[in-house]
Every structure is written in C-alpha cells, then in structure tokens.
Write a protein that binds this ligand. Structure first.
Ligand code: NHR
Ligand code: GAR
Length: 219
C-alpha cells in the first residue's frame, strides 16, 4: 500500500474527490494523513469524517517561512509517505522541502499551465479574454507551478462568466483529473524524462469538458 499525505488550506473539495476515488476504485494506496496550514480549513472535517487523521501546522504560529517549512516537513516526514499531494494548498514551499519529495509530490493548479501560474488565475484568464480555461496536475518543483505536467483538463469560457462561475467549472474539472493523475502516480504508471511526463500504458493525458459540461473522452 502506497502512503499518501494530502496538504490543504481550505475547503477540501479536491481532498474529498481523492478520498472517494481511492476508496471506490480500490487504489493500491490510502490517505494516511491530512495536514492543513490553517486551523479553520474546512477540509479538516472532510478528513475526519472519512476517518483520516487530520492535523494543523499553523503558518501564523511559525516565526518565519523557514520555521513553518521545517515544522511542516517534520509533520509530513512522520507519516513516511510515498506521495505528498497538494490539494488547494496555499503556501509556497522552500526548495529543500520540494526536493525531498522530488517526483513524489503533485499539485493541481486551476489554469492551463504554463499560462497563469500563481494566484488569481480565473480573474487573469477572464481579463486576457481566454476562450478556453482549465486545470493542470503537475509534479511540484522548486519553481512555482512550473513542474512537469501530468494531466490537463479543459473547459469553455462563457461570455457571461464571472470569476466565480469560471472557478466552479474549472473545479469540477479538477475533481475529474486529480484523482486520475494521483492514481497513475500510486500505480507507478508515470515516467518523467527531460521534464516531460508520459503514462507507461499510453493513457491520454488530457480531458475536455464540452459546452454542455459533458466529458469528451479521449480516444
Ligand atoms: N511550492 C513550490 N516550491 N512549487 C510549487 O509549484 C508549489 C509550491 C507550493 C504550492 C500550489 C500553487 C497553486 O496551485 C503550490 C505549488 C500558493 C501560492 C502563493 O502565492 C501560489 C501558488 C500555489 C500556492 N502563496 C502565498 C505565499 O506567500 C500565500 C497566498 C495566500 O495565503 O493566500 O506562500 O496555485
Ligand atoms: C482549487 O481550485 C485548487 O486548484 C486551487 O484552490 C482550490 C482549492 O479547492 N489551488 C490553488 O489556488 C493553489 N494556490 P479545494 O480546497 O476545494 O480543493
């Protein structure tokens, strides 16, 4: 059994999608702990309801970034995970932390990377007049939102979209692609070479939701 630690900061809807898929699809893995960087993260209750130990490493209680990263590293290390999965985790991690889990730490980011790394992705996509938006699962590297891309999902941008309506459509896409990508990782199906990720079995590494929000399945 592969051991997964999930790091969250907020609502935890991606955590919920991961927990559901892990149980329903009988992954060779389980979520052994959820760690939040803030005590009010609603996702902590999702973990507890699923019987997963949840703990807080409060970033506001840390003296500085280095102290927070060290405390978080210790909490993660204590779980001896095989994979560290960021699910709406809002703290930039230092290079030492990231290198420790090289090739074993994943993130879902709410844009079609390399467009719009960082924060406020939906606002920026709307301001840029994008007609397609989406989400990206990538391996985490020291450079923010620049790690090797595992899987991307695309959704249409509608003329009357607001940040909120676009975020909701992209989030639904995240809930489809993130469990799939994490499953590939725990199954050992991913290969990384020259900064590019391939699926050993040739599974399509994209998903598109059409204007009616039906999934367009890869062939
Ligand atoms: N750390 C590294 N080194 N590399 C990545 O690719 C990372 C990472 C930590 C988190 C998630 C990322 C996202 O999906 C992620 C990827 C936080 C910020 C940020 O600016 C940006 C991107 C992501 C996560 N955080 C502010 C900070 O000072 C705090 C913002 C807040 O609290 O609201 O850390 O988008
Ligand atoms: C998701 O849209 C995720 O991609 C994004 O925050 C949301 C978390 O939702 N992540 C980031 O913006 C990281 N900086 P959730 O808590 O319901 O999973």
């Amino acid at each position: 059994m592969q051991r997964i630690v999930v790091l969250i900061s907020g609502r935890g809807s991606n955590l919920r999608a991961l927990l559901r898929a892990c149980a329903a699809e009988r992954w060779p893995a389980r979520v052994v702990a959820v760690v939040a960087d803030r005590p009010e993260a609603a996702g902590l209750d999702i973990a507890r309801d699923a019987g997963v130990p949840a703990q807080v490493v409060d970033h506001r209680a840390a003296a500085d970034r280095a102290a927070f990263d060290a405390a978080l590293a210790a909490a993660v290390e204590a779980q001896a995970p095989d994979f560290v999965v960021l699910a709406g985790f809002m703290r930039i991690l230092d290079a030492a932390f990231v290198r420790r889990w090289d090739g074993r730490m994943l993130n879902v980011h709410p844009s079609l990377l390399p467009a719009f790394p960082g924060l406020h992705t939906h606002r920026r996509a709307l301001e840029a007049g994008c007609k397609i938006a989406g989400a990206t699962v990538h391996f985490v590297t020291p450079t923010l939102d620049h790690g090797p891309i595992v899987l991307q999902g695309a959704v249409p941008v509608r003329a009357d979209d607001t940040e909120e309506t676009l975020a909701a459509r992209v989030l639904a896409c995240e809930h489809l692609i993130y469990p799939r990508a994490v499953r590939w990782a725990v199954e050992g199906a991913l290969r990384v070479r020259g900064g590019r990720v391939t699926h050993a079995g040739g599974a399509p590494q994209w998903l598109m939701l059409d204007a009616c929000d039906a999934a367009v399945a890869p062939r």
